[in-house]
Design a binder for this molecule. Structure first.
Ligand code: IMP
Length: 545
C-alpha cells in the first residue's frame, strides 16, 4: 500500500529494502514528494497568515555550480533585469547615486518623490546620462564659455570632458575638447575655455559602428572620442569611462536598444503628479511606480489609464496591493507590474495603527499567482531582513524584491553617516509615513529643496487632513558599506540558495513551485529558534567578505 509522508517509519519495520532500489521504493511506496507543495503550505496555516519566517524551502538536487544560477527576471511586462533586487522610493534610500549603482549592479533603484519635480527630474537625468554608447546629446561648450562654466558643469553632471564647437551646440564645427585636467588647476576662472582646451583631437567619422569607435578610443588613449560628419561638425561623442563601466559592470540594467541605464521613479496620483511625470519623462524615465500604500483607488486607476494613454513608451507599476481583488482592479486598468506589501516594512506601523494590511508571504503568494495569469510581474516590497527573505519572496511568486531598511545604511543612500549614542556608525532611515517625513522637517535628507515639497509623503496623507496620522517611524540603521559589495553578496546568496533548492534559474524556481517539485516545510516557533544561532557563549555574525 502506498505510504504518506508520516508513514515512513512503518515502511522500515516492514522491510529492509535493497539500497539500490531506493528510487523505485520512493516512487512505488509514497504518494507524494516529501514536504508540502505551495498550496498545502498556504493551507497549512489556517489563519492564512504566513510570514517569511513561518516556512522554509526544502533542498533539492545539486547538479550545477551556484555561479551558474541565472537571476534574470522581469520587472515589468516589457523590461527584464539581471538581478531581482530593487531599492525603495524613500528619501533615505534612493536618489540618483543609489539608482545608478543599483542599475550598474543589475538591479534597479526607484527614485523617491519627496522633493520638487525639478529635483526629481534632475536625478533621472543623472541616471540616464551615466552610461552611454554614442552620447547623442552631449554637454557642449562654446569658445566663449569660461573655465568657471566648465567647472560648474563638471560639478553638476559629475563628469568632465566637454567638446567645444563654434556655436556651442551639437551639429556645429568641433574646435576642441576641455578635459577635467585642463581646468583642474587653471588659476583664472574667467579665462575662455579656448585657452585651456586640447585641439589635438582624434575623431571618428559619422557612420562608424560602436565596436569600431570603441576600438579607435582604445587605441587613441584619449578620454573622449568625438564623432564628426564630413564638414567636421560634431554629431555625437563616445566616452572611455563608459568602456570601463561596461567592463566593470557586465550585468548593468539597460534596455536592448540603448546603452543607458534603466531609470525608474515614483510619483503620486494627484493632478500635480501629471506635471511631475511629464518632467520625468522629458528627462528620460523608463518606468514609473505609482506610490500608494493602498493602491486600489479611483485615483490610481485613473492615473494608470492616463499614463498608458499619454506615454505608451513608459511602463507603469501599480500598488501597493496585498489581495487578488486589489490586483484585479489595477491589472484591468492596464498596469505593467505590481508592487506587493502593506504593513511589512521595517519602519512601518500601518498594521498597528490602521488595522489594515497582510503578512507578507501570504500577500506575495496571493497576488503573484493571480497576476501570473495575466503575465504581470510582481515586486515583493518590504520586510526583507536577509538573503533568505529575498528567496522566500521569490519562491512565493514575486519576480523581484524591493528593499528599504536593508539598503539605507549603504554609502549610496542619501544623507551622511553619524555616530549613534552607543558609538556605532549609522545613517538615518525613516518611513515615508512617519511624522518626520510628513512634516518634512529633517534637513539634508530628500533632495535640495525637500522642505519646499512633500509630495512623496502624499502616499500617507491628503492635504485636507487636519491631523497627521503616522504610519511609519523615524530612526537609524547600521552602516553597511557600499552597495557595490552588498548587492553582489545578496546575489551570490540567492544563487547559493537556488542551488540548494536544485533550480538553475528564477524561471525554474517559479516553474518548480507551480508544478509542485519545489517543496516547503512549515516552521514552528521552536523550529525558528533551532534555525538561528543558539547555545553559543558569544559569536561574531559577519555575513560576507
Ligand atoms: P523595508 O525594506 O522593510 O524597510 O520596507 C520598505 C518598504 O516599506 C517601502 O518600499 C514601502 O513600501 C514601505 N514603507 C515606506 N515607508 C513606510 C511608512 O511610513 N509606513 C509603512 N510602510 C512604509
Amino acid at each position: 500500500m502506498p505510504l504518506s509522508n508520516g508513514d515512513a517509519m512503518d515502511a522500515s519495520k516492514a522491510e529492509i529494502a535493497d539500497y539500490t532500489t531506493a528510487f523505485e521504493v520512493l516512487k512505488r511506496d509514497y504518494t507524494s514528494s516529501d514536504g508540502l507543495d505551495i498550496k498545502q503550505l498556504i493551507d497549512s496555516d489556517k489563519r492564512g497568515a504566513l510570514t517569511y519566517n513561518d516556512f522554509l524551502v526544502l533542498p533539492g538536487y545539486i547538479g550545477f555550480a551556484a555561479s551558474e544560477v541565472d537571476l534574470e527576471t522581469p520587472v515589468t511586462k516589457r523590461i527584464s533585469i539581471k538581478a531581482p533586487l530593487l531599492s525603495s522610493p524613500m528619501d533615505t534610500v534612493t536618489e540618483h547615486s543609489m539608482a545608478i549603482h543599483m542599475a550598474l549592479l543589475g538591479g534597479l533603484g526607484v527614485i523617491h518623490h519627496n522633493c520638487s519635480a525639478d529635483d526629481q527630474a534632475e536625478m533621472v537625468r543623472k541616471v540616464k546620462r551615466y552610461e552611454n554608447g554614442f552620447i547623442s546629446d552631449p554637454v557642449v561648450l562654446s569658445p566663449t564659455s569660461t573655465v568657471a562654466d566648465a567647472k560648474e558643469l563638471k560639478a553638476k553632471w559629475g563628469f568632465g570632458g566637454f567638446p567645444v564647437t563654434e556655436n556651442g551646440t551639437l551639429r556645429s564645427k568641433l574646435v576642441g575638447i576641455v578635459t577635467s585636467r585642463d581646468i583642474q588647476f587653471h588659476p583664472k576662472a574667467d579665462d575662455a575655455v579656448t585657452a585651456v582646451m586640447s585641439t589635438d583631437l582624434v575623431t571618428a567619422p559619422s557612420g562608424t559602428t560602436l565596436a569600431e569607435a570603441n576600438e579607435v578610443l582604445r587605441q587613441s588613449k584619449k578620454g573622449k572620442l568625438p564623432i564628426v560628419d564630413e564638414n567636421g561638425e560634431l554629431v555625437s561623442l563616445l566616452s572611455r569611462s563608459d568602456l570601463m563601466k561596461n567592463l566593470h559592470y557586465p550585468l548593468s540594467s539597460k534596455l536592448p536598444h540603448s546603452k543607458q541605464l534603466i531609470c525608474a521613479a515614483a510619483v503620486g496620483t494627484r493632478p500635480d503628479d501629471k506635471i511631475r511625470l511629464q518632467k520625468l519623462v522629458d528627462a528620460g524615465l523608463d518606468i514609473v511606480i505609482l506610490d500608494s500604500s493602498q493602491g486600489n483607488s479611483i485615483y490610481q486607476i485613473e492615473m494608470i489609464k492616463y499614463v498608458k494613454e499619454t506615454y505608451p513608451q513608459i511602463d507603469v507599476i501599480g500598488g501597493n496591493v496585498v489581495t487578488r481583488e486589489q490586483a484585479a482592479a489595477l491589472i484591468a486598468a492596464g498596469v505593467d507590474g505590481l508592487r506587493i506589501g502593506m504593513g511589512s516594512g521595517s519602519a512601518c506601523i500601518t498594521q498597528e495603527v490602521m488595522a489594515v494590511g497582510r503578512p507578507q508571504a501570504a500577500s506575495v503568494y496571493s497576488v503573484s499567482q493571480f497576476a501570473a495569469r495575466f503575465g504581470v510581474p510582481c515586486i515583493a516590497d518590504g520586510g526583507v531582513q536577509n538573503v533568505g527573505h529575498i528567496v522566500k519572496g521569490l519562491a512565493m511568486g514575486a519576480s523581484t524584491v524591493m528593499m528599504g531598511g536593508l539598503l539605507a545604511g549603504t554609502a549610496e543612500s542619501p544623507g551622511s553617516y553619524f555616530v549613534s549614542n552607543e558609538g556605532q556608525l549609522v545613517k538615518a532611515y525613516r518611513g515615508m509615513g512617519s511624522i518626520d517625513a510628513m512634516e518634512d522637517k529633517k534637513a539634508g535628507v530628500g533632495g535640495k529643496d525637500n522642505k519646499a515639497s512633500n509630495a512623496g509623503t502624499a502616499r500617507y496623507f491628503s492635504e485636507k487632513d487636519r491631523v497627521l496620522v503616522a504610519q511609519g517611524v523615524s530612526g537609524s540603521v547600521l552602516d553597511r558599506g557600499s552597495v557595490t559589495k552588498f548587492i553582489p553578496y545578496l546575489m551570490a546568496g540567492v544563487q547559493h540558495s537556488l542551488q540548494d533548492i536544485g533550480v538553475t534559474s528564477l524561471t525554474k524556481l517559479h516553474e518548480g513551485v507551480r508544478d509542485g517539485t519545489v517543496r516547503f516545510e512549515v516552521r514552528s516557533v521552536s523550529a525558528q529558534a533551532e534555525g538561528n544561532v543558539h547555545g553559543l557563549h558569544s559569536f561574531d555574525k559577519r555575513l560576507y567578505s
